[in-house]
Design a binder for this molecule. Structure first.
Ligand code: SF4
Ligand code: SF4
Length: 431
């Protein structure tokens, strides 16, 4: 299990998540957290860098912990969780973001975080309360039970843009899971507790004055649990531990958002593993560029992963046309004496220098058509990667299927060994 996606999950999720999570885990070797890749170790750089502080690294972030993960931390008997427990208890007592569904940051901080990009990794004042700078080898004191953002964040990706897309999709799925479980757990433990409904981006007087909520408000949310919040969180954890796989599928994976998040996650995983290339590519018009001699330093999909391109290559990728397919572009360039190896195209796509053209504004029908094309390509790539033959009747089915059906088949294909397992009973005889 340690080598699978399931192995990277907090323990409470492991019995609940589906067979897709038995696929090999994605290892990010470029994000060297022990010797943080974003800190200054004297490494050469073609342009000036804004390095992270070694005593914060990327943990200038105050996470929003789901009630059942708070309970998992408090109930974890391992000695290495003692420091994390102490810190979590401190946050609960402060009451700033202590609600039945979450243990959250002060709301004033949420507003600050809307515009804190410049200080990310560098503002000591934003250091996570669960970050232990005195213990560089294990600086996250709640690591085993960390939430969706912390579980999926990397500053650099071995698979480049595809890796970024995979982890973003993983985060979306985990967020969906968190939202469903916090509410179900709180309702099950005590349906009388109330999750406060704050107005978005509006602060109370107490928020502005760095004070905890009024006692009367706090009591209205927590009812008989005031002073027993830790027990409530542990009860939420114990409730989630008893959820069966069938209940989880019905209430999390099989509702509309769950299906969409999971099928997107499977598709992104397949694109990462099978290196699916879009049929059309152009130079990324949104990348930022710094010209330095015969190099151009570009920042593409991730602002912490800049790199230098030869100026000649930069000019060549500018010759790609959105009106032509990748093969047509390569043939035209070859006719002009410019040969681009497949490995170089792969590198430029992974690095986010070549991207799918955004194109003119799409009508809904066109958007649907392009979504269908992408899903068909993803499904075919998964089937090929799993060495399953695709007879003509099955190909015809894929060509005629709608988006929802393709989503369902993508999920099934991720673990299938023959076509019948993908297309169901009606595909008998096509294997
Ligand atoms: S993910 Fe965070 S800790 Fe790890 S290398 Fe990147 S910035 Fe450093
Ligand atoms: S919870 Fe852990 S990983 Fe997340 S920001 Fe805090 S110290 Fe970093």
């Amino acid at each position: 299990m340690t080598d699978s996606l399931r192995g990277v999950l907090p323990p409470v999720y492991r019995p609940l998540f589906g067979s897709f999570f038995d696929r090999p885990k994605v290892v990010e070797t470029r994000a060297t957290c022990d010797k943080c890749a974003m800190c200054d170790h004297g490494q050469p750089s073609p342009v000036a860098m804004d390095y992270f502080r070694p005593d914060t690294k990327c943990c200038t972030y105050f996470p929003q912990l789901p009630n059942y993960l708070v309970g998992a931390i408090l109930a974890d008997p391992s000695p290495e969780m003692e420091e994390g427990k102490r810190r979590v208890r401190e946050q609960i007592k402060r009451r700033f973001g202590t609600t039945p569904h979450w243990l959250n940051r002060p709301r004033k901080l949420t507003l600050i975080m809307l515009g804190y990009a410049e200080g990310f990794g560098r503002a000591k004042s934003l250091q996570c309360p669960y970050f232990d700078e005195a213990n560089p080898a294990a600086s996250c004191t709640i690591w085993r039970h960390r939430e969706a953002v912390c579980l999926t964040y990397y500053c650099k990706y071995s698979g480049g843009k595809r890796g970024f897309d995979f982890w973003s999709s993983f985060k979306n799925y985990l967020w969906h899971v968190q939202r469903r479980l916090v509410k179900a757990a709180a309702d099950a433990v005590d349906p009388s507790v109330v999750e406060p409904a704050f107005r978005r981006n509006a602060l109370t007087l107490e928020d502005l004055e760095d004070l905890p909520p009024k006692d009367s408000d706090y009591a209205a949310w927590w009812k008989s649990w005031v002073g027993r919040e830790e027990e409530f969180y542990v009860r939420c954890y114990e409730w989630v531990k008893k959820v069966t796989r069938e209940q989880f599928v019905a209430n999390v994976d099989e509702i509309e958002t769950g299906r969409a998040c999971l099928s997107d996650l499977v598709a992104k995983y397949e694109q990462l593993q099978n290196r699916v290339l879009p049929s059309r590519l152009v130079r990324n018009a949104r990348m930022t560029e710094q010209h330095a001699g015969d190099k151009v330093v570009v920042t593409t999909y991730h602002r912490f992963d800049s790199f230098a391109l030869d100026k000649d290559l930069y000019e060549v990728v500018g010759m790609f046309r959105a009106s032509e397919t990748l093969q047509e572009n390569l043939a035209r360039l070859a006719a002009e004496g410019i040969e681009l190896a497949p490995e170089l195209i792969e590198f430029l796509y992974v690095a986010g220098v070549l991207v799918e053209p955004a194109g003119p504004p799409k009508t809904e029908a066109k958007a649907d058509a392009s979504a269908l094309e992408a899903k068909r390509a993803a499904l075919s790539a998964i089937i090929r990667a799993r060495n399953i033959s695709l007879p003509p009747p099955a190909q015809e089915k894929i060509a005629k299927a709608d988006l929802a059906t393709l989503d369902a088949w993508i999920v099934r294909a991720a673990t299938a060994t023959k076509t019948a397992e993908i297309f169901g009973e009606d595909e008998k005889g096509s294997t």
